[in-house]
Design a binder for this molecule. Structure first.
Ligand code: GMT
Length: 378
């Protein structure tokens, strides 16, 4: 790195899905490069792990003063951001999610002064869900327009942001990434035997089981696949649709073929067991899990929703069909599972694509360039 190391504050949802993972992994990568990274959040980011040189964590404590009906987390966060920025002389505050984080960063910048640069990364639900709410639209637009730079994790999300919020400013396309030191095909032959007999295939779905993930479609696809290819379905994660899914599995008579693994930390080991990942989402600005699978050499069969087609190269690293077309998705999965040659080609293409287009070094450099740009130090 030729330019000077930076002091970077990062705020994310520390316990939430892909955006929290990306923010935390980015922080770790930046710290490895010699930048000083300060996480500012209500709890320690779940992927942070143990001690890291150059990383500090600053906990936001919410003031529960008795006049407050609802303790104001957002105001406490904004004050903490300003405090850390002043104390640590932060150059950049990188916030993941417009609401509330970019709004809090806007307030912090007002307190600290214009030398603090704010970079906002849009991850999806902040736009696809919250920006539909008329009462929040102006606030989200303000947070986006007032940021020094805005990035989004897919071209599709950029277009949606422009359309829904009438935004004309530049938005940088910065894809999510995986670390090839973590996401590579693991040797899981023994582990596989805990779930599938030799000769049986494994299909997998990983999500937070929210309605947008269409986990019902996962079951329809699996039921159809299982008629032709002896297989097992591994469901990883937890969420509101889980009880409904359990009932549906009973109705379909698939009890002995579906396993619930719950939330898992060592996800590369888990994904490596799969022959195919199923991702039939209704909405998906990017689909980080499909990239994690790609890194482990596992192809995705899924929907064409949102940014998924930018990530999964149809016919090369997986197959995509229109949202809800479970017949087509099942046919694609059957094709992959029955054809060893195809599976091998897909696997090679997955590894190649994950380590080039979505490599951690490449994306980390893109973010660094954005930081230096907003600081006028290109
Ligand atoms: O998908 C979710 O429900 C979780 C959400 C999150 O905040 O992590 O995911 C969003 O951000 C991820 C990381 O950029 C993307 O991979 C997901 O596609 C995106 N989810 C949606 O757009 C629904």
């Amino acid at each position: 790195m030729n330019q000077r190391p930076l002091k970077i504050g990062i705020t994310c949802y520390p316990s939430l899905g892909g955006s929290g993972v990306v923010a935390t992994e980015l922080g770790k990568l930046l710290a490895e490069q010699g930048h000083q990274v300060h996480f500012i959040a209500h709890s320690i980011p779940f992927r942070l792990g143990s001690f890291h040189k150059n990383i500090c964590y600053h906990e936001v404590e919410v003031n529960d003063y008795y006049v407050f009906r609802y303790p104001p987390y957002d105001l406490s966060l904004a004050s903490k951001m300003a405090q850390v920025a002043n104390m640590q002389q932060l150059d950049v505050l990188h916030v993941h999610y417009a609401v509330p984080h970019a709004v809090c960063a806007f307030l912090a910048k007002k307190m600290v002064g214009d030398q603090l640069k704010v970079v906002t990364t849009l991850h999806g639900t902040d736009i696809t869900v919250l920006a539909q709410d008329e009462s929040l639209k102006d606030l989200i637009r303000l947070a986006i327009n007032e940021s020094d730079a805005v990035t989004a994790v897919s071209q599709d999300l950029i277009s949606e942001t422009r359309e829904l919020l009438d935004i004309t400013r530049d938005i940088d396309l910065t894809y999510n990434f995986v670390d090839p030191r973590v996401y590579y095909p693991r040797d899981v032959d023994a582990l596989r035997l805990d779930y599938a007999q030799p000769g049986e295939k494994i299909l997998m779905h990983i999500s937070n089981f929210r309605p947008v993930k269409r986990v019902g479609d996962v079951l329809e696809i699996f039921a159809r696949v299982n008629e032709e290819v002896p297989s097992k379905l591994l469901l990883v994660g937890e969420g509101p649709d889980l009880p409904k899914i359990q009932c549906r599995i009973q109705e379909l008579g698939l009890n002995d073929r579906v396993f619930f693994l719950g939330k898992k930390d060592e996800i590369a080991h888990v994904i490596s067991m799969a022959d195919v990942l199923l991702l039939p989402s209704e909405k998906e600005s990017f689909g980080l899990v499909a990239l994690e699978a790609m890194g482990c050499g596992v192809p995705t069969v899924g929907s064409e929703a949102g940014g998924i087609p930018e990530l999964v190269a149809h016919g090369e690293t997986g197959f995509l069909a229109p949202i809800g077309d479970t017949d087509a998705m099942a046919e694609y999965a059957i094709r992959i599972l029955k054809d060893d040659g195809l599976r091998d080609n897909l696997r090679k293409a997955c590894l190649e694509r994950a380590t080039t287009m979505f490599s951690n070094d490449r994306i980390r450099k893109e973010y660094e360039q954005i930081y230096y740009r907003v600081l006028g130090q290109e």
